[in-house]
Design a protein around this ligand. Sequence first.
Ligand SMILES: Nc1ncnc2c1ncn2[C@@H]1O[C@H](COP(=O)(O)OP(=O)(O)OP(=O)(O)O)[C@@H](O)[C@H]1O
Ligand SMILES: [Mg+2]
Length: 149
Amino acid sequence: MELITRSEQETIDLGYKIGKLLEANSLIALNGDLASGKTVFTKGIGKALGIKEVINSPTFTILKIYEGDMTLYHIDAYRLYENPYDLGFEEFLDAGGVMVIEWFDYIKDSIDAEYLKVDMSYVDETTRKITIEAQGRKYEDIIKEIEGC
Ligand SMILES: Nc1ncnc2c1ncn2[C@@H]1O[C@H](COP(=O)(O)OP(=O)(O)OP(=O)(O)O)[C@@H](O)[C@H]1O
Ligand SMILES: [Mg+2]
């Protein structure tokens, strides 16, 4: 499915809505250019998980863990492009939290799991196109729920 958001807040709200639908051990795969809104979307997910800390994209941190009602494992794979290392993120996939990976395509070959695929693209300064797709049965209901809103 495809959605348009017209402000940062609308993207946070979408992340929040989806975050509220996530079960433990979910994986959200984010792709899209620089400044397309991946981190903004993640802030909405974090809010839904009850995380109070500010979620950002620290320059040199690849994995950041935020404690909330559910734990958020926030990965920014940007710096892993063409990096052959398998950093072992998979161990967190069944740790009872939610994992969000920005620049997922850079490391998708090292991740064997189903996921909700979210592609973000820049339309203009305040507008983003967001395409959401279920990669695995577990995520199909989420798509149906959002379509129903
Ligand atoms: N509709 C919108 N949705 C999300 N962000 C928007 C929107 N309109 C404007 N913005 C702005 O676009 C920027 C998105 O930044 P963000 O850090 O989320 O991008 P990113 O995809 O995580 O980039 P990076 O690849 O560098 O991590 C923010 O400055 C935000 O205010
Ligand atoms: Mg980011």
